[in-house]
Each structure stands twice: as structure tokens, then as C-alpha cells.
Design a protein around this ligand. Structure first.
Ligand code: SAH
Length: 251
């Protein structure tokens, strides 16, 4: 019992350690594993955007996973990052990023920083990235990891993404990486006209990846298949949908 408890503590402690700044980020094995990941998990499937493939080939994913998961950093799946959360499967990160269709000029908001990996990928493809994480421990760790990998155009804030980041709005694109029953009105309001949202939305038949384009006070949604994400927590679970007829229309 005591032993199990100590082992548990060791896991938590290692989850909280970002890689030391200046440490070599890549071994040859890791670089080769990342190259394989891009070819077999992304290019061989539906990831075709050369900028997205290049970004996925550049970000050292092993820096964003706990030490004991590092050997599995380029596996074809999600991995635990501690605090009950996960880093998404590389393929899902790539597809969501591709759906945002970034050209490098954008200011992007991410909801659900988690490990910071998705933010680091976005940072390669957009001008500025703002990312909000509800768990302050994860937010601190992601901030440190992003510094360690040199992602200087990302800002991380601890807070509830339901309210967005009004001081940095308007955003050209918003990426939500936790499953939510709807797009909170504050996020739609902080998106520029014609701007794009990619989000896993909960529907009666399960979660589905959705792309929304802002048209005035409404969103036009299209659907890209079933996904599994950890739930968005906080205010979105407490506040009933705003009653202006726009928030639940994706159902
Ligand atoms: N993008 C992450 C993975 C996301 S996991 C990565 O690249 O590693 C989903 C994350 O959303 C979790 O870390 C969870 O704590 C966070 N989250 C859940 N509800 C949230 C909310 N209301 N606001 C901000 N973050 C939230």
C-alpha cells in the first residue's frame, strides 16, 4: 500500500518536471520516430497540408509527455500527461490543425492547453497563439515546456476557456481541444467575422469534430467524423445555453 502510494507520488512528481532548459531535445531515435510518425500516421492518412506536415515534423513531442512516457511519444495514440488529462493522438492534432487552414498571419486561441503540444504545433503555423488551461498546474508546466522548446509566440493563461481571452480578441481562429456541448457565446463573440472554429462537439450520437465559420451572430457548422476528447469542465456545464437561438443550432 505504502509502496503503491510512493510509486504514485513519483509519477506525479515526474509529470511536473518540464525538460531542463537547454537540454538536447532530440536523440537520433526520437528524430527518426517523429519522421516515421509523419509518414505513417499522417501522410499515409488524410493529412495533406505540407505546412502541417512540416510543423508536426518539427515539434519535439517527447518534451510534452511525462518522462516515463517518452519512449511512447510518437505512438499512434493519446498518452496520459498526469492530472487525469491526456495529450491527443498525433493524427488528431494534425487533422484539427489542418482544418483550421492557417496561413501564418493569424492570431489563434486554443482552449485546453494540456501539455502545450498542440499550442506548439499552432505556433509553427500562426503568428500568435493564446492558450487557456483550466488546471493551473498543467498551465504552469505547459508554459515551461513551451519556453524550453523555444515557442516564443505562445501565451498560456490559467482559467476557464468558457470566457475566452477578451483582451487579445478578435481571433482569426479558435481551436477547442476538450469536448463541449456547444460553442460558448463568448468564444463566438471573440472570433472575427468569417473566422474559423474547430471543436469536438457533443451530440446525441456522441462527439464529432466540427468546423464552424462565423457569419454575423451565427455559426455555420460542418462535420468531420467521430472523436473522443476529455470533457470541457467549468462554466459550460453550469450555465444553460444562452437563449438567442444561435448556440445549439449545430444539433
Ligand atoms: N491540447 C492538449 C490536449 C487537450 S486535453 C495538448 O496538446 O496536450 C484537454 C485539456 O482541456 C485538459 O488539459 C483540461 O484540463 C482542459 N480543460 C477542460 N476544460 C477546460 C476549460 N473550461 N477551460 C480551459 N481548459 C479546459
Amino acid at each position: 500500500m505504502r509502496r503503491a502510494l510512493l510509486a504514485g507520488l513519483a509519477v506525479v512528481a515526474s509529470c511536473l518536471d518540464p525538460p531542463p532548459p537547454g537540454a538536447p531535445l532530440d536523440t537520433p531515435t526520437q528524430a527518426a520516430a517523429r519522421h516515421d510518425m509523419v509518414e505513417r500516421q499522417l501522410r499515409a492518412r488524410a493529412v495533406t497540408d505540407p505546412r502541417v506536415l512540416a510543423a508536426m515534423g518539427a515539434v519535439p513531442r517527447q518534451a510534452f509527455v511525462p518522462a516515463e512516457q517518452r519512449d511512447r511519444a510518437y505512438d499512434d495514440g493519446a498518452l496520459p500527461i498526469g492530472r487525469g488529462q491526456t495529450i491527443s493522438q498525433p493524427y488528431v492534432v494534425a487533422i484539427m490543425t489542418q482544418l483550421l487552414a492557417l496561413d501564418g498571419s493569424e492570431r489563434v486561441l486554443e482552449i485546453g492547453t494540456g501539455s502545450g503540444y498542440q499550442a506548439a504545433v499552432l505556433a509553427q503555423l500562426a503568428r500568435e497563439v493564446y492558450s487557456i488551461e483550466i488546471d493551473p498546474v498543467l498551465a504552469d508546466r505547459a508554459r515551461a515546456t513551451l519556453v524550453a522548446v523555444g515557442a516564443a509566440n505562445v501565451q498560456v493563461r490559467a482559467g476557464d476557456g468558457f470566457f475566452g481571452w477578451p483582451e487579445a480578441a478578435p481571433f482569426d481562429a479558435i481551436l477547442v481541444t476538450a469536448a463541449t456541448p456547444r460553442l460558448p457565446d463568448a468564444l463566438r463573440a471573440q472570433l472575427r467575422e468569417g473566422g474559423r472554429v474547430v471543436a469536438p462537439l457533443e451530440r446525441d450520437d456522441g462527439e464529432a469534430l466540427a468546423v464552424g465559420v462565423r457569419e454575423g451572430d451565427a455559426m455555420r457548422w460542418s462535420w468531420y467524423g467521430a472523436v473522443r476528447f476529455v470533457p470541457m469542465t467549468g462554466e459550460v456545464r453550469k450555465t444553460p445555453p444562452e437563449k438567442n437561438g444561435t448556440t445549439d443550432e449545430h444539433r
